[in-house]
Design a protein around this ligand. Sequence first.
Ligand code: SF4
Length: 378
Amino acid sequence: MKVTFPHLGNLYVPIKAMLDDLGTDYVVPPFSNKSALELGTKYAPELACLPLKITIGNFIQAYEKGADTIIMVGGCGPCRFGYYYEMQREILHDIGYKMDMIALDIPWGNYKEKVAGIRKLAEGVKKLAGGWNINKILKAAVNTTIISKRMDELESLSFKVRPREKKRGTTNEIMKEFRNKVFSTKGSAGIKKLIEYTEKKLLEVEIDNNYKPLRVGIVGEIYTTIDTGTSLNIQERLGDMGVEVCRPVTISGWIIEHIIKGGLHLPRDLRFAEAAKPYLGAMIGGHAQETIGNSVLFAKDGYDGIIQIYPLTCMPEIVAESILPSIERDYGIPVLTLIIDEMTGEAGYLTRVEAFLDLLEKRRESKAIEGTTVLSGN
Ligand code: SF4
C-alpha cells in the first residue's frame, strides 16, 4: 500500500510526519498547480467545487508516482464537502484509476450512525497504521496535531515578518529553505526541530520597527484561503507589497476545534459565531459563519481592510458575500471579494488587489490628515 493525500497549504507537513511515524509508505503529490487543476477540470462535473477538482488532480498526479490509496477526510452539515470522497472515488474509478480510499470521517448522526461511523473510522486508522498498535497510533495523532499547530504559528510569524523585512525576499528565502528541507526530514521529531530552526531564522530577520504596514484580514472558504497555489500566493504577495495579513481559519484550528473538540463534544472557541450573530445566526455550511464573524472581529480590531476569497459556486461564501456589505457599512471597513475558478487570470486578479491596496492607503492618509486637523484645532 502506498498512500497519498490532497494538498491544502502546509497540511502535507503534519501528514508526512504522521505517515513517517506510522511507518506507512506514501507519495506527496506535486504542489497544487495548473496541471492539477486542468486534470480535475477535465474529469469532474463542470459545476463541482474548485477544491474537488484540484484534489482530483493531486490524486492523479500522485497515482502516476505510484500511489494506490488515498487518505481523505469527510464532513457533515449543509455543504458538498461531505460528499467529496465518495465523488472522488467514483470519478477516479470511472476514468480507470483504481485507487482505494481511506476516509477519516468524523462519526455523526444518530446513535446507530455514530457507531457505524466509529467502526469505519477505526478500520481506516488500523489500515493506515498496519495494525492495532494503540500506543503508536495515539503518539502519531498527538504529534500530527502539535506539528499542524506549530506550522500555523510559523506561517503566522512569516505574515508578520515579511512586510517589515529590510531586505525584500528574506522571509521567502527562509520559507523556501524550509520547504526544501522538510522533504528530506523524517518523522515528527525531526520536523519539529526543523520548524524550531526556521522560526529562529525568521525571528533573526532584520526588520524595520518603525514601519506600520497596512493590516488586511483574510476570510473565506477554507481551501482557497489556505492553499497557497490556489489563491495565487495572495498572502505572500501581500506581504511582499508591505502588507501584514492575518488568516484566522487554519488547519490546526480545523483539527483542534472541529475534529477533536467537536468530536468529543468539548467547549469550542466560538468567538466568531458570537460576533456573526447579528448578521448570520446559524451555521450554513463551509466557513460562512467564520467569514462573517471574523470580518466583524477584524473591523473591531482596527484592521484596514478585508479580503474574502472563495471558489466559484461555493454556496456558503455566496451567502457570506451578500452579507459583507452590511459589515462594510456598519464598521466602515472596505471589503474586496476575489472569486477563483479555472479561468482566473493572474494579471486581472493582481490588478484588483493593487487597486484595493491603493484605496486602503488613501483612506489611511486621509484619516491621518483628519486626525492632524482635529489636533491642531483647524
Ligand atoms: S465550502 Fe464551498 S467549496 Fe467547500 S465544499 Fe462547500 S460549497 Fe464546495
